[in-house]
Design a protein around this ligand. Structure first.
Ligand SMILES: Cc1cc2nc3c(=O)[nH]c(=O)nc-3n(C[C@H](O)[C@H](O)[C@H](O)COP(=O)(O)OP(=O)(O)OC[C@H]3O[C@@H](n4cnc5c(N)ncnc54)[C@H](O)[C@@H]3O)c2cc1C
Length: 383
């Protein structure tokens, strides 16, 4: 297919994966990011086998694995006593699904993708460009940015995340985000500040009534990622970086085992953030004319299955493969949507379900592995 340029809005995990997948298939891309710099916040992510297959195809899995942690065991504990009630052997997951799950610093995942896109084309990435509007005609799409600049391509990809401006522009007055009554806390703690915690170099999930706390090591055990999430009577904003205090976090999780309360109290000043989770209904379509959405913009999901970034990575690779397999942009976008929409929407709905199970012991949990999500191969699935 003869195409001059594909424009991508958002240099997050999905936007960079799409850019790299397209570049590796010979397409020229330009990526526009609203941030003044193209970089990620400090937080942890779990990258499972399905997403590692995308990273392998993109040529960055080895580099990411070298920078990450790979815990031997993921265990679930009684929140109040710390007693272990379930163990998942990561080696067994690797044998069953082909690849182990990695615990990854978001900045490391983002950086391997960013560096690869930049190495392919040093002028592909444009920071400081906040998308505000677009116009489409029969030949392409013109993007407009808050700084007054414009950009044009034959196709535009909206990869601008959970609160996507592209989605709001295409569907004005559409799905309204709803605060789902849950507030999440996140922190990174240098491992030498972590108090004695049994098996601290493994992954611990502590589900409790109306809340859960998850911790796992990053960067080969130099950092501990801590996430607490639960029902809250107080409202919190949607953003990722609202400062929070150890006191409020410890007060909301004060009935957890003493080791977990000590872990919360050990979070250094300035390292604890919170946000209010928003839930959105699935979209009826991901493609409008020559504009398609990808990642959280297409399927904004709650974090309970830990698959948002993984599914965004899969989307990016399949988008690149769909362009390589097509003779027109319309055909490529139709192939992409047909290959991805059911999976993205299912995971969006299952994440919501898993959120209920995590906070209500009467509902059985079904992790991403239990639901068969780790067996998907975005490098070979039909497009
Ligand atoms: C607590 C928590 C834990 C999680 N854990 C996991 C996990 O373990 N595993 C996992 O796979 N996923 C996890 N996720 C989900 C994952 O972080 C997201 O699903 C993933 O980042 C989505 O990628 P994306 O590219 O769609 O969006 P993002 O990575 O959010 O990127 C969007 C980009 O678009 C930019 N942007 C926004 N608006 C504009 C605009 N108007 N113009 C230009 N640029 C714009 C943003 O600055 C950003 O760079 C977790 C999420 C949370 C909240």
């Amino acid at each position: 297919m003869q195409i001059e340029r594909i424009v991508i809005i958002g240099a997050g995990i999905g936007g960079l994966a799409a850019a790299l997948a397209l570049q590796r298939r010979g397409f020229r891309v330009a990526v526009y990011e609203r941030g003044a710099e193209i970089r990620e916040i400090g937080a942890g992510l779990i990258v499972t086998a399905n997403a590692r297959r995308a990273l392998r195809d993109l040529g960055v899995d080895d580099a990411l694995a070298a920078a990450s942690s790979c815990v031997p065991v993921m265990y679930t504990c009684a929140y109040d006593t710390g007693r272990i009630v379930r163990e998942i052997d990561n080696g067994e997951l690797a044998r069953r699904h082909g690849l182990a799950s990695l615990q990854v610093h978001r900045a490391d995942l983002h950086e391997v993708l960013r560096a690869a896109v930049h190495a392919n084309d040093p002028v592909a990435l444009h920071a400081g460009h906040e998308f505000v509007a677009l116009e489409q005609d029969a030949a392409g799409v013109t993007l407009r940015f808050a700084n007054g600049a414009t950009a044009r391509g034959e196709v535009a990809i909206g990869a601008d995340g959970n609160a996507s401006a592209v989605r709001s522009f295409l569907f004005p007055g559409g799905e309204a985000p709803e605060f789902n009554g849950q507030v999440a806390y996140r922190a990174l703690v240098p491992m030498d500040l972590v108090p004695p915690l049994p098996r601290r170099l493994e992954m611990g999930m502590h589900p409790a009534p109306r809340r859960y706390l998850l911790h796992y090591p990053l960067r080969g055990g130099r950092l501990m990622n801590v996430i607490g999430c639960g029902q809250s009577d107080s409202w919190a904003e949607e953003g990722w970086a609202i400062p929070a205090t150890n006191e409020e976090f410890a007060a909301a999780y004060g009935d957890f085992s003493p080791e977990i309360v000590a872990l919360i109290r050990a979070i250094p000043p300035g390292e604890l953030f919170k946000w209010g989770l928003r839930d959105r209904a699935p979209l009826k379509t991901w493609v409008v004319g020559r504009v398609a959405m990808l990642g959280d913009a297409a399927h904004p999901m709650t974090p309970f299955l830990g698959q948002g970034a993984c599914i965004a990575l899969e989307d990016g690779l399949v988008l690149g493969r769909a362009f390589a397999a097509s003779s027109t942009p319309e055909e490529a976008l139709a192939r992409y949507e047909a290959a991805r929409k059911t999976r993205g929407t299912n995971v969006q709905l299952w994440s919501r379900e898993e959120g209920q199970a995590l906070q209500d012991p009467r509902i059985p949990r079904r992790t991403a592995a239990d639901r068969g999500l780790l067996d998907y191969d975005p490098a070979t699935v039909a497009v």
